[in-house]
Design a protein around this ligand. Structure first.
Ligand code: 4UU
Length: 526
């Protein structure tokens, strides 16, 4: 049995992403689209719309063509969306890169996505240049590196904005052309490019509209990274589509975060569980006036119900709302709307429009389960990705012939249709909402000359935070220490991917076919 959405069906929205987001910009030209939470500088809707068109012209003039992949490698800034929609207006696919990526990680993504262009910031230029050097040595050079701010020898967004070339008019087919190529490890293996078409993204925006829209000029705090699909959808695409004002911070610093809420009278906060934890527990919170906040959503990792309750009470909110999504789902299938006073504690909400859900038995994957029974969550709808870029077999492993996307998440639906996510049966580790792929860390560990074998799993501490833990088999005669293992990894990965615990084993438990028996390791960790 499939669960169906109670919301009226929608038709897939066949619009290019920049049109789905900016088509109404002309109705509120002077409203700030973005405000820099630190400097107070702002970009109006008229400026964003015109700016993205000029940047598209500048990119086309530089040689960017429809279907080219541009890597956007920048922390959150008020310039980010003009660069992003400028690229899609030029017909390019944007592969969003973690602002914390090391040169090696960026090079992997550039190589895998076949990116030919990079947009970065001056501060990150050394990383971008080092990655570009790797690609050049491999014979697939990056054609040009642009910077959002300014750096000698590189064209900046200001330079692109000055272009007098005509605005390009690429013939985009929203159903098949790829708007965004974010990276996700999905249910297994290494990070893969998730092909999200313009239709995927635009339809998910329309699906989100039916749950809630934020008002014109309503202030939303953007502290989660735009490179992750959660930030991209909930902090850029959707609020900008609504005409709201996005107040941007480049990273999470509690004091700055609280001051920004107070100074900008922030109404909506989109968060991940660690932010909810800080709001619930940290003494600093009492020193700020947070009374403007009326909407606080947590998503991207499990949220403890008691913690949610404590946070809501402290902020004087009826509840902390939860949403559920996945990069491969563009990303939303469930969100608790602000006006839903009936939503039971701990739920992530009910199905968005035109989306179906099946809950299938973990023991007998052919068997569909009914309400109240936990199993793997499968989704079908216009937001299911087109597939993983250049990885057909990995795509076939998660999207079955009937179009159901297998999430690797475990949950159940109650009698009223509310979903509860209770477990995960995929390899993916979520460190504070960020993706960590065990396979990536395992491959890295195996490059150490004193490591004979390794396996990585997520272990959840008393604070509810899941952390990567490595099980390591030392090479014969090696006296490798835990510290040496953690340092080795830390030197080569973005900080959120660090191995935070190490245990030495004689042998990594494996099946006859050589697959790591993660369940055994999880049992051992408990
Ligand atoms: C328990 O995390 C995301 C996307 C989240 C998102 C975005 C916009 C949620 C609501 C919204 O409006 O994507 P990924 O691909 O980084 O990670 C997906 C995985 C899920 O498969 C699940 O394991 O993150 C986990 N996850 C959650 N787990 C996501 N949301 C939740 C949740 N509770 N609420």
């Amino acid at each position: 049995m499939a669960f169906r959405s109670d919301y009226p069906d929608i038709e897939p929205l066949d619009l290019p992403i920049h049109e789905a987001v900016l088509a109404n910009a002309a109705e509120h030209p002077d409203t700030p689209a973005l405000i820099d939470g630190i400097t107070g500088r702002s970009v109006s809707y008229a400026e964003l719309d015109a700016g993205s068109r000029r940047i598209a012209a500048g990119l086309a003039e530089a040689g960017v063509r429809k279907g080219d992949v541009i890597a956007l490698h920048s922390p959150n800034s008020i310039a980010y969306p003009a660069a992003f929609y400028g690229a899609t207006r030029a017909g390019a696919t944007v592969t969003t890169v973690s602002s914390l990526a090391t040169a090696g990680e960026l090079a992997s993504q550039l190589r895998d996505s076949r990116a030919r262009w990079i947009i970065t910031i001056s501060l990150f230029l050394p990383v971008a240049l080092a990655a570009a050097e790797v690609l050049a040595a491999e014979g697939s050079p990056i054609r040009e590196i642009f910077v959002c701010d300014a750096s000698e020898g590189h064209r900046s967004l200001t330079d692109l904005l000055a272009s007098t070339a005509p605005e390009p008019a690429p013939q985009l087919d929203p159903a098949t052309d790829i708007a965004v190529l974010p990276y996700s490890s999905g249910t297994t293996g290494l990070p893969k490019g998730v092909m999200l078409t313009h239709r995927n993204i635009s339809s998910n925006l329309l699906q989100t509209d039916t749950l809630h829209t934020t008002g014109v000029g309503e202030r939303i705090l953007a502290v989660l990274p735009f490179f992750h699909i959660y930030g991209l959808h909930a902090l850029l695409n959707h609020p900008l589509r609504c005409g709201s004002t996005v107040v941007v911070l480049p990273r999470f610093d509690l004091e700055q975060f609280l001051r920004t809420i107070q100074e900008h009278r922030i109404e909506a906060i989109l968060a991940a569980p660690p932010i909810v934890l800080a709001l619930a527990k940290h003494p600093l919170v009492d020193q700020y006036d947070l009374s403007s906040v009326r909407y606080l959503l947590s998503a991207a990792a499990p949220l403890d119900a008691e913690l949610a309750d404590a946070c809501a009470r402290r902020l004087g909110l009826p509840r902390v709302l939860q949403g559920y999504g996945m990069t491969e789902l563009s990303p939303v299938t469930h969100v608790v709307p602000l006006d839903d006073a009936d939503a039971p504690p701990g739920t992530v909400g009910r199905l968005v429009a035109s989306t179906e859900l099946r809950v299938v038995s973990l023991d007998d994957p052919g068997k569909d389960l009914g309400t109240g029974e936990s199993g793997e969550l499968l989704f079908r709808g216009p937001q299911v990705m087109r597939g993983y870029f250049a990885r057909q077999s990995e795509t076939d492993a998660v999207i079955d012939p009937d179009g159901w996307l297998h999430t690797g998440d475990v949950g159940y639906v109650d009698e009223r249709g509310y979903l509860f996510v209770v477990d995960r049966v995929k390899e993916l580790i979520k460190y504070k909402g960020y993706q960590v792929a065990p396979a990536e860390l395992e491959a890295l560990l195996l490059t150490h000359p004193e490591i004979a074998d390794a396996a990585v799993i997520g272990v959840t501490g008393g604070d509810g935070v899941e952390r990567p833990k490595a099980y390591v088999v030392r090479a014969p005669g090696s006296g490798l220490t835990e510290q040496e293992v953690t340092d080795f990894v830390a030197g080569q990965v973005a900080p959120y991917k660090k191995v935070r615990e190490v245990e030495f084993l004689d042998v990594v438990p494996k099946s006859a076919s050589g697959k790591i028996l993660r369940r055994e390791l999880r049992d051992r960790a408990r």
